[in-house]
Design a binder for this molecule. Sequence first.
Ligand SMILES: *Cc1c(COP(=O)(O)O)cnc(C)c1O
Length: 442
Amino acid sequence: MKNERKCELFQQYPQLKEIANKGTVLWENTNWMENPETRLFTMAEVEDAENTLQRFSSYLKVAFPELVESDGLIESTIQEIPAMKKALEQKYGVSIPGHLLLKCDHALPISGSIKARGGIYEVLKHAERLAMASGRLKVEDDYALLATEAFQSFFQQYTIAVGSTGNLGLSIGIMGKKLGFNVVVHMSSDAKEWKKALLREKGATVIEYEADYSVAVEQGRQEAEQDPMCHFIDDENSKDLFAGYAVAAKRLKDQLEKTNITIHEEQPLFVYLPCGVGGGPGGVAYGLREIFGEHVHIFFAEPVASPCMTIGLMTGLHDAISVEDIGLDNKTEADGLAVGRASKFVGKVMETYISGCYTVSDQELFTSLGLAMDSEALFLEPSANAGMFGAIRLLQKDSSYFEKHNLVSHLSQATHLVWATGGSMVPATMRAAYLAKSRELD
Ligand SMILES: *Cc1c(COP(=O)(O)O)cnc(C)c1O
């Protein structure tokens, strides 16, 4: 980006300067709409995803015995975190009105992160398409069939490739290898060693880059294009990924109702989602707005060094602006969020759907990591702690969001839902190192 253009943008968007200085900001989306619409995506695609996942449930139970209990459904629970609420209030000198709930995607079966939604769905959908096209599978079959050797050797002819900062590669690698595919994961420099080691152990090919996520994705895309037997899972553009993530929304509505929480004007829902390239939080946000309408208020959380979605939405430039353009280095311990350029597809859809974005420092992420362990005996990877700061930012940053949306009198009935996006796969030694770091920084 030319210097002139940059100056122009700084002038037009004063908050951009604060972001360039690594300030922790709350950006409110003035394009938010009560009844948003998009031409880029439909609920029908989400329903297709639900149905596909349902068809695969009998296979998933055979392939992953941990799914027997949930009848082949890949889902996480919600839980109140009252001790964490208290700890946050004390640490940051605020009082959070209403309930503080955690969406436990850090404990999602199979791959322990939000990527077990979108990533696994796209692999399954691709497998189904190939199997059906070959005449080996019919929609009315019992999909447990797919666990047989005949299918393993059938899928062995095909390759699935993906570019990732870690968790998407992990989800696709575990699922793809289980079915019998060749899997090639292009890993950015942020990806943790243990994630690469685990993937190699499962039989995936891991290609490492010295560069960041965008480069890993582009290399993967180019390589996959050379091979007609290869399907590239495109984290920057895939509607299948997006649909897989969106499935969470309807299920969440049921979960809330089971705990006697219904969402309406007097009982608003606030949802805080850690954001990398945008697909995971975007899919969830899309589904939630379709279901809860104007009564759900969604904020994306990004590291101060990697606020790609914040600046993409703020300027309307989406993937035409990168964090490097405003002098940021995209270096963060929140490896799942280390993305310098947002998805254009997701950004476009989110323009009218989400209420805003905020940024968090790595220091805050580690503080939260320690607080969650001490207060709730809960381990969340650094990225997954970004959601903990949503309510705090809204209360802290002289925001008038509550006033503007006539929410003040309803806040005592509000539900704040922190989307915990990853953590249960992190090995014990890494957990100990993260905890030590959180004590040291505090
Ligand atoms: C990938 C990831 C996210 C964000 O998802 P995007 O689709 O990249 O926006 C958040 N948290 C964790 C732990 C992740 O791995």
